[in-house]
Each structure stands twice: as structure tokens, then as C-alpha cells.
Design a protein around this ligand. Structure first.
Ligand code: GLC
Length: 570
């Protein structure tokens, strides 16, 4: 693995700070809580943490609406506590990347307060202000969350633009002062020693300055409504195309790559830092060494309801062919915006086995894996029965819109809001089988309800006691990955490309002189594989099942239902 950077070898683990661990007993996660779990994370075997926003925020979008870029949300602690967290992680060999939200601030940010106060003020041009047209907004653009993208502000009689909620006004990145201020904010954290950034929603940073109307006849809410109810692949494809047409003037506009390259230069002022973009657009790799280090392979998780061998092979074939020379892939199956991996890819009968397969897939495909907190114990989505429990305003917005615009019944609207809203995957981490799952004191209301399934073994303490649990499985395979260079550095070669039931591939690292065979039996059937490879034997490095011997014959390899298998070929 010589020559690889730390972020190419690392397994990242996303912490959603509000829900990870509550150290001061107020029902909200915080730095004291995270610090108390650093040993847990070290034992788990992850190498780096992506921390979702920890900045002061009115929490309209759960922290993705930032009111101060160089401070810590007092609910989470102080800057001193942040430094303890950073140092504590570094002492354990764990790197930290922060979430950098560039596109917009909170409407409570002092910059916006100043900007909206008068038409002529030094911060006016830090946001995007326009006159209305024909007694309406400047054009027909919608917010990516739904509803109009323009908000009228009576103080100055103009509209401001917001790609997300109206509480998240877009910054004007064509103004060099904005760029300077945000680059300085990035430097503030880099100086403290953070190892890089996950860049939020970068595709939304610029919009077409001539503001052309889009020509789609449906609203966002209608599009989403139809998408929810149709499984017809052609129709879904058509709807996705309509959605792309709707946002063609608001996403991935000229100038963005130049800006990302400038940001890369800022980060390169510091040794060995990383930029990970919240995008799946390969163009953000630049020439492979001048823009972002990593962009996510989102299609793997987003464009399928089931992880099948055929799907994974097709995805890898397409993605890897697109990568520029020198670029490094990055895979994920879950985050704070998506259904929980176990819920999304479970079948209700074999969920534990399927969760193991998903994990082994993440850790054996070529690329840096990103895991999401709670996956390691098999946390699942929660269904919120009342809108009063919703904390994600996206869910609330869709509930109201489904009733007002789509003619949904209350029950349908609730189901719709649960599907679109993101609270379902953001519930508190389940640490023990005790009230509030040990996340916060028993007599305190956590900020979001705890999933009651912590009483059914889905909690860290119970999982750690069981040598066969999902959590101990995570520990085992994370350890193995670290010790197996081919799984990190090796070239990916698919085998048996017609197989419907199992995924088989090789990872071959010439430099390390190691070749690994990975087989994931994604079915309920036993399979006997004849691999016809120029190696005489397979030395088992890992299996989810008990195998009869440590060495196998690659001409006659038996795979139990849902078995995950890794062997070194000699
Ligand atoms: C990103 C975040 C999401 C947030 C949005 C607006 O997509 O992951 O949680 O709501 O950006 O900042």
C-alpha cells in the first residue's frame, strides 16, 4: 500500500452529533458525549470520522443552516471541548473531517441580517437579491426541497434566492468577498488540525445569472408524489429526467469547478488534508489531482431498491470506467439523509444477514467506504406517528403539501412525510437496553424519539456481549481490512458475470503481491462455484460462516446461503 494516502486506506464513520451521545443530560448529543465514546470507535476499528455540522445554528435544517462558521453550537459544547474531541481522536489514530456548508447560511447569520437590512449595505451583495417580475418572483424556479426558490422580503421590497429552505438563503459566490470569508473559515478549522471537509451540496453553489424559466409543467411536490407511487422503471426514469430539466439552471453551473479547484488550493496549503464532495458527479475529480479527492458513488445506493449481484456489477462497471486517471472511488450505503441501510436493503426476513453482506461489500469494493453511525448495530428507520414528533422540516413541509396540493388523506400524508422526511434515520444512537437506550437520562425527553427496538437487542451493550452479533462482525472485518492490503489497494476484477445469486470478484495488488477472492452469496441458496483461476488454493481470511477448513479448492468452492467469504489466492 506504499504511496497511498491515509484517506485512500481509511474507513470513514459519519457521526450525527445531535444523536450520537448526550454527555450533559439534556436530551441532545454533544462533544462530551462523543469524547466518552472515542474508545468505542477505536475498538470498532474505524479510521476517520465525518462529523455532521457542529456549528451554531437555529437548527431549522438540523445544523445545515449555519449561523457562525468559526464556532461551536453551545448545545454541543465549547471550542475547548471541540479541541479535546479532535485531540482525543488524533491520539487514537482517528482523523476528523468536518461538514462545510458553502451554498447557504442560516437566515439568522449576522451576514444575512445585515444583507437584508437595507438595499445599500456592504453585505447586500453577499446574497442573491432580485426584483420581482409581473408582481411575482423573478422566475419560476423551485427550491430543491419544494416550493418557490424566491422569498419576498418586505423590508427592502426584493426577493432573495434559496435552493433549500427559505431559512437558508444562498450566498452569492460570484462576490469575491464571500469566497474570501468562507475560505478563511475553512482555514480556521484547518489551523486547528482538522483533516479535511465533507462539502455539502456543492452542485447548488452557482445558478444561471440570466435566470431563465424552466419549462417543466409539474411542481416538485407533484413530481415527488408520482415518483413515490410508481414502480414502473420507464416512468421513473422519465420523472427523473423531468426533475433534472426543472433544475437545469440551478445545479452544476459553469464556474463551480474553478471554485472547487481554488478550494483545493486552500486545503493544499496544509499537509495531507482531504475534500469529499456531496455529489456523485465524476467531473468533481477534475483531472484526478486538482479538484476534490473523493466524490460519492451515490448511484450504488440510490438507484436500486435491492442490492443484487447484477446491480453491483453494473454499477462498478459504469463508475470505474468513468474515473479519471489517479482518481479514487468512494462508496456508501447510508447517511443522515437516507433510509437506514438495514431498512432499505433488508427483506424483513434476512435483515441481519443482508446487513452483513452490505458491510462486506462496502469494505471489499475498491474505494474509500463511508459508514453511518448506528449501522453497526443494525439500527432501522423509525416511523413517527404524529407530525408533532417531526424535527425535519422537510417532513413537515411534505405533510402539509400532500394535504393541500396532492389531495392526500391525513394518513397518506403522514406516510408520505415519513418517507420523504429524514428523521427516520436520525434517531438517537442506541447504547444500552435501558430507558432512552442509554443515549440520555431516563427522565429526559431526547430531541427525537428513541427507536423502541433497543429493547430487542439493537443496542451496543447487548451486541458487544454476543460474539456472533453484527457489531462484533463489524469489528472483525474492519480489523481484517486494515491487515489486508489487496482489499484496500487491489485492482477490482469481476468474476462470473452472469451469476444472479452471488457476487464474486478479485482484488489484486501487484505492489503488495497479494490477490484476494471475495464472494458474497446474496441468496438463500447454497452455491458451488468453480472459478477456473490459475491458483491452486484459497486461504480463508474471513467468512461469516464456520467453514470446515482454512483452505479451499477454487474449482469447488461451496458457499452457504448469505455467506460472505474472503480468501487469499496462492
Ligand atoms: C445536504 C445535507 C442535507 C441538507 C442539505 C442542505 O444535502 O446532507 O442534510 O439538508 O444539504 O444543506
Amino acid at each position: 500500500m506504499t504511496g497511498l494516502k491515509w484517506w485512500q486506506k481509511a474507513v470513514f464513520y459519519q457521526i450525527y452529533p445531535r444523536s450520537f451521545a448526550d454527555g450533559n443530560g439534556d436530551g441532545i448529543g454533544d462533544f462530551q458525549g462523543i469524547i466518552s465514546k472515542l474508545d468505542y470507535l477505536q475498538d470498532l476499528g474505524i479510521d476517520a470520522i465525518w462529523l455532521s455540522p457542529h456549528y451554531p445554528s437555529p437548527q431549522f435544517d438540523c445544523g445545515y443552516d449555519i449561523a457562525d462558521y468559526t464556532a461551536v453550537n453551545p448545545e454541543y459544547g465549547t471550542l475547548e471541548e471541540f479541541k479535546h474531541f479532535l485531540n482525543g481522536a488524533h491520539q487514537r489514530g482517528i482523523r476528523i473531517i468536518l461538514d462545510l456548508v458553502l451554498n447557504h447560511t442560516s437566515d439568522q447569520h449576522p451576514w444575512f441580517a445585515e444583507s437584508r437590512s437595507r438595499r445599500f449595505n456592504p453585505k447586500r451583495n453577499w446574497y442573491i437579491w432580485r426584483d420581482g417580475r409581473d408582481s411575482g418572483p423573478p422566475n419560476n424556479w423551485e427550491s430543491g426541497f419544494g416550493g418557490p426558490a424566491w422569498e419576498f422580503d418586505s423590508t427592502t421590497g426584493q426577493y432573495y434566492y434559496h435552493y433549500f429552505f427559505k431559512e437558508q438563503p444562498d450566498l452569492n459566490w460570484r462576490n469575491p468577498e464571500v469566497k474570501q470569508a468562507m475560505f478563511d473559515a475553512a482555514r480556521f478549522w484547518l489551523e486547528l488540525g482538522v483533516d479535511g471537509f465533507r462539502l455539502d451540496a456543492i452542485g447548488t453553489i452557482f445558478e444561471d445569472p440570466t435566470l431563465p424559466n424552466h419549462t417543466v409543467n409539474l411542481t416538485q411536490a407533484e413530481l415527488r408524489g408520482v415518483l413515490q407511487t410508481t414502480s414502473n422503471a420507464d416512468k421513473r426514469k422519465h420523472l427523473r429526467e423531468q426533475r433534472a430539466a426543472m433544475f437545469r439552471y440551478q445545479l452544476n453551473q459553469p464556474g463551480i469547478h474553478q471554485l472547487m479547484q481554488e478550494l483545493r488550493a486552500v486545503v493544499d496549503e496544509y499537509p495531507d488534508r482531504v475534500l469529499v464532495g456531496e455529489t456523485d458527479d465524476i467531473a468533481y475529480y477534475g483531472d484526478g489531482d486538482n479538484e476534490l479527492h473523493l466524490v460519492f458513488n451515490f448511484p450504488l445506493m440510490l438507484q436500486t431498491g435491492r442490492l443484487t449481484p447484477a446491480w453491483v456489477r453494473a454499477n462498478q462497471q459504469e463508475r470505474l470506467a468513468l474515473l479519471p486517471v489517479g482518481a479514487w472511488p468512494c462508496n456508501t450505503l447510508g447517511n443522515h439523509d437516507q433510509p437506514r441501510m438495514s431498512t432499505r436493503f433488508g427483506d424483513g426476513r434476512n435483515d441481519d444477514a443482508l446487513a452483513r453482506i452490505s458491510l462486506v461489500l462496502m469494505l471489499t469494493l475498491w474505494g474509500t467506504p463511508f459508514l453511518y453511525n448506528g449501522e453497526e448495530i443494525g439500527m432501522t428507520d423509525i416511523y413517527l406517528g404524529e407530525t408533532g414528533q417531526f424535527r425535519d422540516m422537510l417532513g413537515v413541509w411534505y405533510y402539509n403539501t400532500a394535504i393541500a396540493q396532492l389531495g392526500a388523506t391525513l394518513e397518506e400524508a403522514l406516510a408520505h412525510a415519513n418517507r420523504i422526511g429524514r428523521d427516520k434515520c436520525r434517531t438517537p444512537m442506541q447504547w444500552t437496553n435501558a430507558p432512552n437506550a442509554g443515549f440520555c437520562p431516563p427522565d429526559v425527553d431526547p430531541w427525537l424519539p428513541v427507536n423502541p427496538n433497543y429493547t430487542h437487542g439493537i443496542n451496543v451493550t447487548d451486541r458487544l456481549k454476543d460474539p456472533d452479533s453484527l457489531l462484533t462482525f463489524y469489528q472483525r472485518i474492519l480489523r481484517l481490512r486494515r491487515q489486508t492490503p489487496a482489499l484496500i489497494a487491489g485492482e477490482y476484477t469481476p468474476l462470473h458475470q452472469d451469476s444472479k445469486d452471488y457476487l464474486a470478484f478479485l482484488r489484486h495488488s501487484q505492489v503488495d503481491d497479494q490477490i484476494c477472492l471475495v464472494v458474497l452469496n446474496m441468496s438463500e441458496q447454497t452455491h458451488r462455484l468453480s472459478l477456473d483461476l490459475p491458483y491452486s488454493s484459497a486461504h480463508v481470511l474471513f467468512s461469516s460462516h464456520n467453514r470446515d477448513s482454512d483452505t479451499d479448492n477454487v474449482d469447488m468452492l461451496s458457499m452457504a446461503p448469505f455467506e460472505t467469504y474472503i480468501a487469499e489466492l496462492r
